[in-house]
Ligand binder design. Structure first.
Ligand code: URA
Length: 234
């Protein structure tokens, strides 16, 4: 693929705008030598205004999603994309969230532009564990763990029972829930099915990945080691 198209696809502008970046001498190699639009150079040698290019397609990143932010490209409020550089919203292929977290759920959210990878993460048969910390409005009754583990719980409007899920009770109103699928509002609906209400929800883990020390609202690009860790827990 031509350099101009590559750079345009990374969201730096239309092909015309990228051609202007070349004409203005803003595209250089690592030594600061001005590049021309028809030069054939590896992408990792290219600099724009002295900065390396954003990662090429095949990008997987992790965001520590804050509360009050929506997993959508076009909601009226704050979007997860507002936490990334504006260019990231203009990439082709598109950067999508891997599944969704509710606006009022915080925690680990993955985003990728790799459709196959996205499918591999969310496909029911991959059964990647997702771990949530739930804070509840009422004390737990005591029978929830057995009910969730049974693999027979039917949520309203669903045709198949939920897969077995593990509940680890931390105290009267806090529990860690591990799911192996991702249905709509699943955690909130599971607790509603046992007469409770989720007051706060935070996703701690997807597969073998945790947020580590990534602060609320921050993100980082995941490398090969992270990808291995992601699937290691399936
Ligand atoms: N389950 C929910 O109810 N909400 C989320 O955001 C994720 C899982």
């Amino acid at each position: 693929m031509k350099l101009v198209k590559h750079i345009a696809n990374l969201g730096y502008g239309s092909r015309k705008q990228v051609q202007w970046l070349f004409r203005e001498g803003r595209v250089t190699d690592a030594d600061g030598e001005v590049l021309y639009a028809d030069d054939a150079v590896p992408l990792d040698a290219v600099r724009i205004d002295g900065e390396p290019l954003d990662p090429p397609p095949g990008l997987l990143l992790m965001l520590h999603k804050p509360l009050g932010v929506t997993c959508s490209t076009k909601d009226t409020g704050r979007l997860v994309y507002d936490l990334l550089p504006p260019r990231y919203r203009l990439r082709d292929p598109l950067l999508s969230t891997v599944g969704r977290l509710d606006r009022e759920t915080s925690g680990l959210l993955l985003l990728t532009d790799d459709g196959q990878l996205l499918h591999r993460i969310i496909a029911p048969k991959s059964r990647l564990p997702k771990v949530y910390l739930a804070t509840l409005a009422q004390d737990l009754r005591g029978d929830e763990a057995a009910l969730f583990a049974a693999g027979t719980l039917m949520l309203d409007g669903e045709k198949t029972p939920l897969l077995p899920a593990e509940l680890d009770v931390l105290d009267a109103r806090r529990a860690r829930l591990t799911l192996h699928e991702g249905r709509y509002h699943q955690v909130r609906r599971m607790f509603a099915a046992v007469g409770n209400h989720v007051e706060a929800l935070h996703r701690e883990r997807v597969g073998g990945l945790t947020l580590g020390d990534l602060p609320d609202g921050q993100w980082r690009v995941l490398d090969e080691e992270d990808r291995t860790r992601l699937f290691a827990a399936s």
